[in-house]
Design a protein around this ligand. Structure first.
Ligand code: GAL
Length: 692
């Protein structure tokens, strides 16, 4: 289907048009030609063609070469590179180089540099060295975006925009302080309302004039948690405001092109739900550590999060490494086949773009050892061969872009919960929100259950099962939504430290977890972290089973709920540990302790089976299976993360898109092997457990 350029009003249409222009999946990476003499550029373009590259990201760090002095612009070199790319049939994702305000600008306005909470200032010499609230930084970065938009809007190579790079620096300096105060004045109707929300009477912190309110600079001891929560909200919002200002400029010049910025794995500073809503696609930089044998599980969580941020819309791998990175103390290269496997994993989980940092490995500078598509040794290398093979393979995946996955299970992942939970001065200050979410995600991932992520404001109607791992902060409306989900027949699984505080980070009284007490039919009177390393208590289930818990338990009372498991040792012996409540047409489970992995897995399996949720396909351990459907096709992607071969039974059968051959029944995948099966229509296949 050809999209009418006049009809590119939605993000989905803009993305569909992008992939149409690129001929399918986007493949390429960051290209930094300014680091190389001109003679290398032509070789680059030719090698890109050889590798099947169809998209490169230009100018991410080019501010100092594009605006060489205040108001003095030099676009000639970029014009040349854009033309060269176009001449070789390669599209450009043009970046606005906001991440690197140049030395001349910092010399003129040293207070652009971000200030730390303790008053120290970051120096020039790295990147991301700006306070986004600084008026001159904003003015200059937006002016450059305007110039770039105007200059390149009609350039035939331009396919999309990449605003900034990994937004995230936090500043506590003068400009942030002022902007925070203004943000608070917009948020709270009066200073008294702020005093109430911040519980300012605790430790005598009542403000009597707005001029006294500011960024939470380093306090003598612990500082007000609601002030810090609001500061988290403000920093995410202020950076997003900058992104939006720039997006609006670029949109005006090119209403038909996608505009994104790149996200990071488990990145706490920015609320990616709010961000993704303002972009055309979620785009992720992902660098799993090859030293961790299960790194693909945390990567999977991040991939599913990206897929969920815009409601299932395909997302982009904006950066990954071909081999080693350079920022850790030991940087191990990916084994042969792992880069391909990781790329297909992202595609299986909804990505339509596979891009790398970067095209050519730098010979100097901080990241001179970070791998690239073309390394220091040149193209005659294993990595370049793998890059070329993958580039050619991806061309065979026509029809895949734009397809989507369906999930019946949702896990809550919410930045307000994250920020509020990790402010310290709580029963456990070592709690890691992302790890809590990962604990619930992992057993579902292992069982090949497709999971969506939602936030506390999401519509839950598509899900038969919803999991809340440490969903600490719930507004009244959010609590009501989860309650309604259960009364309408849904299954809710709630872990400890959920629903504890309200929007102002104030504890909900009357027993924990205040916001969910009613739906859970249970309440806790006291929290009991288990202090010792490896300290465990026993659990006994009502049906004679056993298990254990560590790290966290609660003095829980069933108030209408059935007790599924009780503590069988320790100070809470014989008290309930896990309860299930029937509420309306659904059920709500409360897991008040950190139960052991096997126990958690069996709980999740029981719940999802009761909800009728089955794996995409029965598969041995370490084999990931996902399905993407749309464009009249159904694609089953099978990924062998094991170091040895593995077998699956594809009963429905289909066409192996990488070989073009029909397949049916048992299939053996080699170590790191990938199967992309375009399934035969369901009615022609043998019915089996794989059917949904
Ligand atoms: C990303 C960043 C890239 C590059 C890459 C590899 O976080 O956006 O510019 O530095 O990491 O380390």
């Amino acid at each position: 289907m050809t999209i009418d350029p006049e009809d590119l009003r939605t993000a989905e249409q803009r993305l569909a048009r992008l992939h149409e222009r690129l001929g399918g999946i986007a493949y390429g990476g960051d290209y930094n030609p300014e680091q190389w003499p001109r003679k290398v550029w032509l070789e680059d373009a030719q090698l890109m063609q050889q590798a099947g590259v169809n998209l490169v990201t230009l100018a991410v760090f080019s501010w100092s070469r594009l605006e060489t002095a205040d108001g003095v612009f030099d676009f000639a070199w970029l014009d040349e590179v854009m033309d060269l790319m176009h001449a070789h049939g390669i599209g450009v994702d043009l970046a606005t180089p906001d991440a690197v305000p140049p030395a001349w600008l910092i010399a003129q306005h040293p207070d652009i540099l971000p200030e730390l909470a303790d008053g120290a200032t970051f120096g020039f010499g790295s990147r991301q060295h700006f306070d986004v609230s600084h008026p001159v930084y904003r003015e200059k970065s937006l002016a450059l975006a305007e110039q770039m938009g105007e200059r390149y809007s009609k350039h035939p190579a331009l396919c999309m925009w990449h605003v900034g790079n990994e937004y995230g620096p936090v500043s506590y300096g003068r400009w942030a302080d002022k902007a925070f105060r203004e943000w608070l004045q917009r948020k709270y109707a009066s200073l008294e309302e702020l005093n109430q929300a911040w519980s300012a009477d605790v430790w005598g912190q009542v403000y009597s004039d707005w001029s006294q309110v500011g960024a939470p600079a380093q306090p003598r001891t612990w500082s007000n948690p609601t002030r810090r929560l609001d500061f988290h909200r403000f920093t995410s919002a202020s950076m997003l405001e900058h992104f939006k200002a720039e997006r609006d400029i670029l949109r005006r010049h090119t209403p038909d092109l996608p505009i994104v910025t790149n996200f990071m794995r488990f990145y706490k500073n920015n609320d990616y739900w709010a961000w993704a809503a303002e972009e055309d696609a979620a785009a992720l930089d992902i660098y799993p550590d090859p030293r961790e044998s299960d790194a693909h599980v945390a990567a999977a969580l991040n991939f599913d999060l990206m897929r969920s941020l815009r409601n299932g819309q395909p997302w982009m791998v904006m950066e990954q490494a071909t081999g080693a990175v350079s920022q850790w103390s030991v940087n191990v290269s990916k084994l042969p086949g792992k880069m391909r496997l990781g790329s297909y994993q992202a595609i299986a989980q909804g990505a339509d773009s596979i891009l790398f940092f970067q095209w050519r490995q730098a010979k100097g500078g901080t990241e001179r050892y970070h791998s690239a598509m073309v390394g220091h040794a040149g193209p005659n290398t294993r990595i370049f061969r793998e890059v070329c093979e993958l580039g050619q393979e991806l061309k065979t995946l026509g029809g895949m872009t734009g397809t989507r996955s369906t999930a019946k299970v949702a896990i809550v992942f919410d930045w307000d919960c994250w920020w509020a939970l990790e402010l310290g001065n709580s029963p456990r200050s070592d709690l890691n929100y992302a790890q809590e979410v990962l604990r619930f995600y992992r057993p579902l991932f292992d069982a090949n259950i497709t999971v969506d992520f939602v936030n506390t404001k999401s519509d839950l109607s598509a899900y038969s099962m919803v999991i809340m791992p440490a969903s600490y902060l719930l507004t009244d409306e959010a609590a009501q939504r989860f309650e309604d989900h259960v009364s309408d027949g849904g299954r809710l699984l709630v872990s400890y430290l959920s629903g504890i505080v309200d929007e102002s980070n104030t504890i909900r009284l009357g027993g924990y977890p205040g916001a969910l007490r009613k739906v859970l039919g249970a309440w806790s009177e006291e929290m009991h972290p288990l202090a010792g390393e490896g300290e465990e208590v026993k659990l006994a289930t009502a049906d004679g089973g056993t298990g254990s818990a560590s790290y966290w338990m609660e003095h829980l009372h069933a108030d209408g709920a059935e007790v599924l498991a009780s503590y069988a040792s320790g100070r809470l012996s014989r008290s309930p540990a896990i309860t299930r409540n029937t509420f309306g047409a659904g059920t709500a489970l409360y897991i008040s302790a950190r139960v052991d992995d096997a126990f958690l897995e069996s709980l999740l399996t029981f719940e999802r089976e009761a909800a009728g949720i089955r794996p995409e396909l029965a598969a041995p351990p370490g084999v990931q299976v996902r399905r993407r459907t749309g464009n009249g096709s159904s694609f089953l992607l099978v990924l062998n993360h094991n170091d040895g071969p593995a077998r699956v039974d594809v009963r429905r059968g289909g066409t192996d898109r990488l070989t073009g051959r029909p397949l049916h029944g048992a299939v053996e995948l080699e170590a790191n092997g990938v199967l992309v099966l375009e399934e035969f229509p369901a009615e022609e296949s043998v019915p089996g457990e794989s059917e949904r």
